[in-house]
Design a protein around this ligand. Structure first.
Ligand code: ADP
Length: 388
């Protein structure tokens, strides 16, 4: 739970005279409880607009009229809040009985009674119980805030995801309609092999985009449900990186990014080929999306028993406060509309690497570029161990 502010733990003390209130507040303070004496019921009601831990109030301070004011101040609390009120009662005959006071506040309020005369230890125990109850309420508040944030994130995700899915579907629909029109007209030029191949290429690109989006969503839910498993084999990292670079060559070219490779062929590991390929592809994809068409440097090397892949771009970069956040689910560090994405890629990368006992991190400067580093446990030959 986040640390509470000073006011959130403060006990507000209202007694018939200022002196009594001061004395009670002092007793609490001596025991390390944050307490403050309040001069009047109106001041108490004003203070209740700010956070408070509990209220300690003598029944003489309440009258039929001002009890309503106090009740209104209490009912203005947020839904999670039920401020503990300790009412110091006495057996003396009164015009306004304790029962009437309780009836005024109703059973929903958190009022407890402390009959005078009481021992200091009893007062302290009552106040501590009230503050503990308040802490539980703060916990509920935190949970509700987190829940609201998660729901907002989910709604944002659903809206981004539907937008992302709709774009390729709309393009596919248009392509199909166009082709149907051409075919109906019997225009033979649109059926030339070159034209057909180019149409199939664009369709394939849209279908690939759709299938990547859906795969990312499925992976994300596999991770949440602990169902992402690995199928490991011995892999040469440079070879795999080279293959993915080749697969991406058209995209690097379309973006205008020149790729510089520094690949050590000796770095191997026992990894899940499909999943590590997915990690590499994700980082390349981002280097293209956020790299502003500038050069991209890809390095594979080993450091001790670690295999290291670094992908460095010179693009838009990431602000310092977002460096960790971008690895979380649905988190993005760009305006929703500017560059498309679901905010799942780096989250999935981190989870895949965690499963491999590896890691991914980023160093970045806004408007200068980012450098993503993947660390994986390297395969070390047994003989190499023996000669060390
Ligand atoms: P997506 O790209 O779909 O939004 P990712 O999880 O792959 O999701 O990335 C999360 C966020 O990290 C991106 O939205 C972007 O803000 C930031 N990011 C990732 N890679 C880069 C990069 N190479 N340069 C700048 N920002 C990046």
């Amino acid at each position: 739970m986040k640390t509470l502010s000073a006011l959130e733990n403060e006990v507000l003390v209202l007694a018939p005279t200022g002196r009594d209130a001061d004395a009670a507040a002092r007793v609490l303070q001596q025991e390390g409880i944050d307490a403050i004496s309040i001069a009047s019921l109106s001041e108490l009601c004003t203070r209740l607009k700010n956070p408070a831990g509990a209220v300690l109030i003598a029944e003489e301070a309440l009258t039929i009229e001002n009890a309503q004011e106090f009740k209104d101040a209490l009912s203005n609390q947020e839904p999670w809040s039920n401020l503990p009120v300790i009412l110091m009662t006495s057996q003396a005959e009164r015009v306004f009985t304790t029962e009437q006071i309780i009836a005024t506040f109703g059973t929903g309020s958190s009022i407890s009674l402390l009959e005078r005369p009481f021992r200091i230890v009893t007062l302290l125990a009552s106040v501590r119980v009230a503050l503990q109850a308040r802490e539980k309420q703060y916990l509920v508040r935190t949970l509700l805030q987190e829940q609201a944030k998660a729901l907002q994130k989910r709604d944002e995700f659903l809206s981004i995801a539907s937008h992302e899915l709709k774009t390729p579907i709309t393009t596919l629909k248009l392509q199909v309609q166009m082709r149907k029109r051409f075919l109906k007209k019997g225009d033979s030029s649109v059926l030339s092999p070159d034209k057909v191949i180019s149409l199939i290429d664009t369709t394939e690109a849209q279908v690939n985009r759709l299938s990547h989006l859906v795969e990312d969503m499925l992976d994300s839910s596999r991770i949440v449900n602990g169902k992402l498993t690995l199928n490991c084999q011995k892999i040469t990292l440079a070879q795999l990186v080279q293959e993915v670079v080749e697969g991406f060559s058209a995209q690097f070219q379309a973006a205008g990014s020149i790729v510089e490779l520094h690949l050590d062929d000796h770095v191997t590991g026992i990894w899940d080929r499909y999943r590590i390929e997915q990690v590499i592809a994700n980082i390349f994809n981002n280097a293209i999306k956020y790299g502003k068409g500038k050069p991209i440097t890809i390095t594979v090397q080993s450091q001790g028993e670690k295999a290291i892949l670094t992908v460095k771009d010179q693009g838009i970069g990431i602000a310092p406060e977002n460096l960790e956040r971008v690895f979380q689910r649905f988190e993005r560090a760009v305006d929703g509309s500017s560059i498309s994405g679901l905010g799942l890629g780096l989250y999935i990368c981190r989870q895949i690497l965690d499963l491999h006992q590896g890691h991914i991190r980023v160093e970045s400067t806004l408007d200068k570029g980012s450098s993503f580093t993947v660390e994986l446990p390297a395969y070390v030959e047994k003989e190499a161990y023996a000669t060390r």
